[in-house]
Write a protein that binds this ligand. Structure first.
Ligand SMILES: NC(=O)c1ccc[n+]([C@@H]2O[C@H](COP(=O)([O-])OP(=O)(O)OC[C@H]3O[C@@H](n4cnc5c(N)ncnc54)[C@H](OP(=O)(O)O)[C@@H]3O)[C@@H](O)[C@H]2O)c1
Length: 398
């Protein structure tokens, strides 16, 4: 079997209904998880939920019968919610997502749908508790892949990918011998600027950046998809999940997003997973521990598609993909710097303070100024993250 983070499965099935901790419950992943809870009322239940600020949206999204523990990361928003009394004594005082994972006694599965490096602490807490982790928060692995690996091993946790590409790889690898696998191939939609010239890239608007051709997602991952940084983060994620060297992980642009990723076997066979671009499938497959629960929705009409198109990614026009791969290969603190600088640059772009074409320069500049050091522990990661944000902020202003 394929080893590394993805390999461990507990011998016995988890009791149903599975008790979910949904982190980032107001986000795109969080909303789709709540939708699955509604679709499978006998098999899935809510143990706990977290948001950063949007507690009113959370209150509106919870059903009458839902009684989860609630954590609100932002202190002001937490005070407001406490004063409004909507969650009663189920609102944790002074606690964010990490404390929520520790507090949710009856939890069996943690869905981490937090955006950014802020999700790492909760992934580590869930790993230490030996829970099943349905991981959408890829930044956890980019920033702390080795740390998560150690915590998963020590805690005896199960870590299953939610990203559609990594879920596709997991579905292709299920039951395969590690020695039979030659390469992993991640597909990328290419984003909204796949065919744009350099001159056109100079002039793109935020509205165009946020108009993803095939997936409806939160703002940060949508920007990352347009720069191809998302695919770079996913290369690092795949390395940690499946224990495959960077040199054996390819990226191919596939504009339709029907083929979610592929595995090349040593005899030359290519195994692929195809389906509609709908995150509920990979979410459910991770939450339920790789079972097949009937899920409605459209099926792919292959004859209707006609053809499947593939292209090589252009890392001259989209340098973030190259920067991420180089940071992954450098290892240590380099992916932490890459991720932190990217988060700062994405925030600046979303706020209208940075041009699309200048984003890669911010990331490259931070990587140049903060050369890779060994990643000893969590405090090294947090300290590097803080320094990289400082450097990136000054590069955005310059
Ligand atoms: N969306 C997708 O289809 C998709 C697909 C594959 C992978 N992913 C990955 O899944 C993760 C979430 O993406 P998304 O698109 O769902 O993001 P999103 O729509 O922006 O939602 C983010 C969620 O995280 C919460 N949050 C934001 N900052 C936080 C912080 N500092 N501490 C704690 N919670 C915080 C937000 O709370 P508030 O609402 O209160 O701000 C919100 O609930 C990302 O890592 C992304 O790469 C997403």
């Amino acid at each position: 079997m394929i080893d590394a983070l993805y390999s461990y499965r507990r011998p016995e099935a988890l009791p149903e209904p599975l008790r979910l901790v949904v982190l980032g419950a107001t986000g795109s992943i969080g909303e789709q998880t709540l939708d699955l809870v509604r679709r499978f009322p006998d098999r899935l239940g809510l143990s706990a939920v977290s948001v950063n600020r949007r507690w009113r949206e959370l209150a509106a999204a919870l059903g009458d019968g839902d009684r989860p523990l609630v954590a609100i990361g932002d202190a002001d928003a937490r005070d407001e919610a406490a004063a409004a009394g909507v969650f009663g004594d189920r609102l944790l005082a002074g606690a964010g997502a990490t404390a929520l994972v520790d507090a949710a006694d009856d939890a069996t599965v943690v869905v981490n749908g937090i955006v950014g490096a802020a999700g790492l602490g909760a992934t580590l807490a869930a790993a230490r508790r030996g829970l099943r982790i349905a991981l959408a928060n890829k930044e956890s692995l980019v920033v702390g892949g080795e740390l998560v690996r150690a915590a998963v091993r020590e805690g005896g946790a199960e870590l299953l990918p939610v990203d559609s590409e990594h879920s596709a790889l997991a579905q292709c690898l299920c039951g395969r011998a590690r020695d039979d696998v030659e390469r992993l191939v991640l597909t990328a939609s290419g984003g909204p600027f796949r065919t744009a010239s350099r001159a056109e890239l100079e002039a793109v608007t935020l509205e165009q950046v946020l108009a993803h051709p095939t997936w409806d997602m939160g703002p940060k991952i949508t920007v990352d998809s347009a720069t191809l940084m998302n695919k770079g983060l996913e290369v690092i994620e795949a390395h940690h999940l499946f224990g495959v060297p960077y040199a054996a992980i390819d990226v191919v642009v596939h504009p339709g997003s029907w083929v979610h990723s592929l595995v090349v076997m040593t005899d030359g066979a290519l195994l692929a997973q195809l389906g509609q671009p709908d995150m509920r499938l990979p979410l459910l497959y991770a939450i339920n521990g790789e079972q097949r629960w009937p899920l409605g929705g459209d099926r792919l009409d292959l004859a209707g598609l006609g053809e499947l198109r593939f292209e090589r990614p252009d890392t001259d026009r989209f340098p973030c993909l190259r920067l991420a791969r180089e940071a992954g290969e450098a290892g240590g603190t380099a992916p932490v710097v890459l991720n932190a600088a990217n988060e700062v640059a994405v925030d600046a772009l979303l706020a209208g303070r940075l041009r699309f074409v200048d984003l890669p320069h911010v990331v490259a500049g931070a990587l140049e100024r903060l050369p890779a050091e060994p990643l000893v522990d969590l405090s090294t990661a947090l300290d590097t993250d803080r320094r990289a944000r400082h450097v990136a902020s000054s590069l955005v202003r310059s």
